[in-house]
Design a protein around this ligand. Structure first.
Ligand SMILES: [Zn+2]
Length: 81
């Protein structure tokens, strides 16, 4: 009977120790980084091609020497002709 009590105490101590270990492990783990806003979700400057009037982000536009922006090199070449 004495051994049973001892065993029960040991089991409780072990369970407490294990839960504490798990909590310490969770605390040491870095918190999940907040979801960074996707670059594509950022509002982008929109420009329109003077040849076909299509709207596209400024980053994808093709500029001519005068600084005008076109949707493609073909339209840039066609407009300067
Ligand atoms: Zn165009």
């Amino acid at each position: 009977m004495k051994y049973l009590v001892l065993l029960a105490i040991l089991a409780v101590v072990y369970l407490l120790w294990r839960s504490q270990q798990r909590r310490a492990q969770a605390a040491s783990r870095p918190p999940p980084a907040p979801p960074s806003p996707a670059d594509s979700a950022l509002p982008q400057d929109m420009v329109s091609c003077p040849v076909c009037a299509v709207h596209l982000p400024r980053g994808e536009a093709v500029a001519d020497p005068q600084g005008r922006l076109y949707c493609s090199p073909e339209h840039r070449a066609g407009a300067s002709r």
